[in-house]
Write a protein that binds this ligand. Structure first.
Ligand code: ARG
Length: 590
C-alpha cells in the first residue's frame, strides 16, 4: 500500500488530467498550514495559466471531481486557488493498520535496484583521523544503510590510505630509531614472508609518535623528504624488507581502527586499501598510454582532464611522479578499475570532505576518458566541517588533530554524567549502564551531525549534543525507550493491540507523521541527504510525545487501549528503524 500522499496525489493528478491540464501539476505535498489541512496542491495556478482560465475555476473543478472520494473529509479552495485536502479519519485508520503490520513500517523499495559502492571513512595508516574522517564515517554509514534498505546491493569500502608518501616517511623514521630493523630490512628476501620479531614490536603508539615528527622533518629538510620518497617508491616496487615492515604498520593500524569504528557503529564490508589497487597500476599506465591519454610533463606522467567550457583551470591527473611513484589519484583511478572487475557497480558514492572536490573531479574525468566508468556513475558527496567555537575545523585543546577513540571516550564520559543528572539508569547493572552510555554517546555524535544537511558546517558542542532535551540523539533515544517501557507494561498486564480507530487530533497527527516516512526516506536516498530522515525521526518523536500526553492509553476502555497500543507499536518500529538507518542503536531501557 502506498502512502496517503502518493495515493491522494494520484487522484488529484487524474483530476488535473481530466481537465486537460498536465497531470504533474496536481502534485500533492504536506500542508504548510496543518491547522487548516493535511495536504495541499498548488497546481491550479500554473494549470490556469496553461489553459487560459481562472485558477479558482480550475481548483473548483478539481474539488468537484474529488468530492465523493471516501478518503477525503473535505476539499477546500483557499486564496487564489490553492486546494486544501483533509483526510477522513477512516482513511487514516486504514493507513495506520497497514503500517502497523509491515516490517518496513511503511517504507517502499526502489523500482530498479542497483549495485552501489559507498567509499567512506577513508582512514590512513598512522596518520591520526581528523574531523573530516569522523563526518565521512557518520554520513557514509547512514548512506550505505539507507541505500541497502531501499533495495540496492551495497558495499561499504573503507578505502584505507596505506600506499602514499606517509608510508615512506614512516619506514625511514622507524629505521632511524631502530638500527636492528634498518639492518634487517636489507636481509628480507620474500615480501610475503612471516613478519620478523623485530618488526612485530612496532606498535600503533610508535607510529602515532613517529609520524608527526617525520612529517614535520619532511617539510623542512629536502634530503629527508627525498629519502622518504625513495622509500615510498621502494615499497611500491615491493622491495621485500620495506614491504614486510609496511605489512606490520598496516596490521596494527587496521585492528585499532576497526575497533574504534565499531564503537561508533561504523562497520565496513571491505577494508580494501589504496595498496589493493597497486597490482593493476602497471597495466593501467600502459593502457592510458596506448589510449593516447598519457603525457610527459617534467619527468612525470599525467592525464589532462580540462574540458572546453570549464570555468576554471582543472589541474591534470598526476599518474606517475618523477620518482616513479603512484600518487593518491593513481590509486583512486586503479581502484575504479578494481571495483569494476570485482563488483561492477552502477554507482560509486565517495563520501569525502568537500575540500577534496577537485581531486575527485579530476579522477572521475580521467576514468570517463579511459572508459573505466560511464559518465555519472561516480559521484562525490562532499560535506562541510565540524568546527570548534573558533569557527575552524575542530582541534583538541592542545591544538592537535582529534583521535576518534578520544572523541568517543570524551562523549561517553559526558553521556554518563548526563544519565546520572537525569536520574536514568540508576538501578541498572553496571555493564548495562555502560552499554547505555555508549549508545547515548553515539546517538549524540551522530544525530548532531546528521540533522544538518551534509554541506553545512556545524560547531562541536558536547553539552548541547548530549542533552536529553531539544533536537538531539539522546532525546530520540529517550522517546524510543519510553515507548518500549509502555509496551512492556502493557504486555505485563496482558493488554493486547487491536485495530486502529483514529479519533483525536493527536492521533491524526501521529498517523500523518507515520505516513510521511517513505517520502523522507526517498528524499534522503535521492539527495544522499540523511538529514531528511533525521528530521523525520525527530518529528515522529514529537508527534508521539504529544499523542502520549493527550491520549491516555492504559486507562482507556479496551478497544481504545488496543488501538492506541497498535499506534505505539507502529511508532516504535518506525522510529527504531529510522534511527538504525542513521546508524544509531536504541537501548532497551534507561
Ligand atoms: N585517505 C583519504 C584522506 O585521508 C581519504 C580517502 C577518500 N576516498 C578515496 N577514494 N580517495 O584524505
Amino acid at each position: 500500500m502506498s502512502d496517503l500522499r502518493t495515493a491522494l496525489g494520484e487522484a488529484v493528478e487524474a483530476a488535473f488530467a481530466a481537465l486537460g491540464a498536465p497531470p504533474e501539476l496536481g502534485r500533492v505535498t504536506p500542508s504548510d498550514r496543518p491547522d487548516l489541512a493535511d495536504f495541499q496542491s498548488n497546481g491550479a495556478l500554473a494549470a490556469a495559466k496553461r489553459l487560459g482560465k481562472n485558477p479558482r475555476e480550475i481548483a473548483t473543478a478539481v474539488a468537484e471531481k474529488l468530492s465523493g472520494d471516501p478518503r477525503l473529509l473535505s476539499v477546500e479552495i483557499a486564496g487564489p486557488g490553492f486546494i486544501n485536502l483533509k483526510v477522513a479519519d477512516a482513511a487514516l485508520s486504514d493507513r495506520a493498520n497497514a503500517i502497523a503490520v509491515e516490517a518496513r513500517a511503511g517504507a517502499g523499495l526502489v523500482q530498479q535496484p542497483r549495485k552501489v559502492i559507498v567509499d567512506y571513512g577513508g582512514p590512513n595508516v598512522a596518520k591520526p583521523m581528523h574531523v573530516g574522517h569522523l563526518r565521512a564515517s557518520i554520513i557514509g554509514e547512514a548512506i550505505k544503510r539507507i541505500y541497502r534498505f531501499r533495495g540496492d546491493t551495497v558495499i561499504g569500502d573503507a578505502h584505507f590510505g596505506d600506499w602514499g608518501y606517509q608510508m615512506g616517511l614512516l619506514i625511514g623514521a622507524v629505521m632511524d630509531e631502530n638500527p636492528d630493523i634498518a639492518a634487517q630490512i636489507e636481509t628480507v628476501t620474500d615480501k610475503d614472508a612471516a613478519i620478523p620479531a623485530a618488526f612485530q614490536k612496532i606498535t600503533l603508539a610508535d607510529l602515532d609518535r613517529l609520524y608527526p615528527q617525520a612529517a614535520a622533518k619532511g617539510k623542512e629538510d629536502p634530503a629527508y623528504r627525498d629519502r622518504a620518497r625513495k622509500l615510498t617508491a621502494d615499497l611500491q616496487a615491493h622491495k621485500p624488507g620495506c614491504y614486510v615492515l609496511w605489512r606490520q604498520f598496516r596490521a596494527v593500524t587496521q585492528v585499532a581502527l576497526e575497533r574504534d569504528f565499531h564503537a561508533l557503529g561504523v562497520d565496513f564490508d571491505w577494508w580494501k586499501g589504496e595498496s589493493d589497487a597497486d597490482p593493476l597500476i602497471e597495466d593501467m599506465v600502459a593502457e592510458l598510454d596506448s589510449l593516447g591519454l598519457l603525457v610527459e610533463d617534467q619527468g612525470a606522467r599525467i592525464v589532462r582532464v580540462s574540458r572546453d567550457g570549464d570555468k576554471r583551470d582543472l589541474p591534470p591527473l598526476l599518474v606517475v611522479s618523477s620518482e616513479g611513484s603512484a600518487m593518491y589519484g593513481t590509486t583512486d583511478l586503479a581502484t575504479i578499475l578494481d571495483r569494476k572487475r570485482e563488483f561492477g557497480p552502477d554507482l560509486v558514492i565517495y563520501c569525502v570532505d568537500q575540500r577534496q572536490a577537485d581531486h575527485f573531479e579530476i579522477v572521475f574525468r580521467a576514468a570517463y576518458l579511459a572508459g573505466y566508468a560511464e559518465e555519472g556513475q561516480l559521484e562525490h558527496i562532499g560535506f562541510g566541517t565540524m568546527n570548534g567555537t573558533d569557527g575552524k575545523p575542530f582541534k583538541t585543546r592542545e591544538g592537535g588533530v582529534l583521535k576518534l577513540n578520544d572523541l568517543i571516550e570524551m562523549t561517553r564520559t559526558k553521556a554518563r554524567e548526563r544519565l546520572q543528572e537525569a536520574g536514568l539508569g540508576e538501578n541498572l547493572p553496571a555493564d548495562e549502564f555502560e552499554d547505555i552510555a555508549g549508545k547515548v554517546a553515539v546517538a549524540a555524535l551522530k544525530f548532531a551531525d546528521l540533522q544538518n544537511f551534509r554541506g553545512t558546517s556545524y560547531v562541536f558542542d558536547l553539552d548541547r549534543f548530549t542533552s536529553f532535551e531539544g533536537k538531539t540523539g539522546p532525546y530520540l533515544l529517550y522517546q524510543a525507550v519510553r515507548v518500549k517501557s509502555l509496551l512492556r507494561r502493557a504486555g505485563a498486564e496482558g493488554a493486547a493491540t487491536g485495530p486502529v480507530t483514529v479519533a483525536e487530533p493527536a492521533e491524526r497527527d501521529l498517523v500523518l507523521t507515520l505516513d510521511a516516512f517513505d517520502a523522507a526516506l526517498t528524499e534522503a536516498y535521492d539527495k544522499k541527504a540523511p538529514n531528511a530522515l533525521a528530521e523525520h525521526a525527530y518529528r515522529l518523536s514529537q508527534a508521539f510525545s504529544k499523542f502520549y500526553a493527550a491520549c491516555p492509553i492504559m486507562l482507556s476502555e479496551p478497544a481504545v487501549k488496543a488501538s492506541r497500543l497498535t499506534l505505539a507499536t507502529a511508532t516504535l518500529r518506525q522510529l527504531e528503524l529510522a534511527l538504525d538507518l542513521l546508524g544509531i542503536a536504541t537501548p532497551e531501557r534507561m
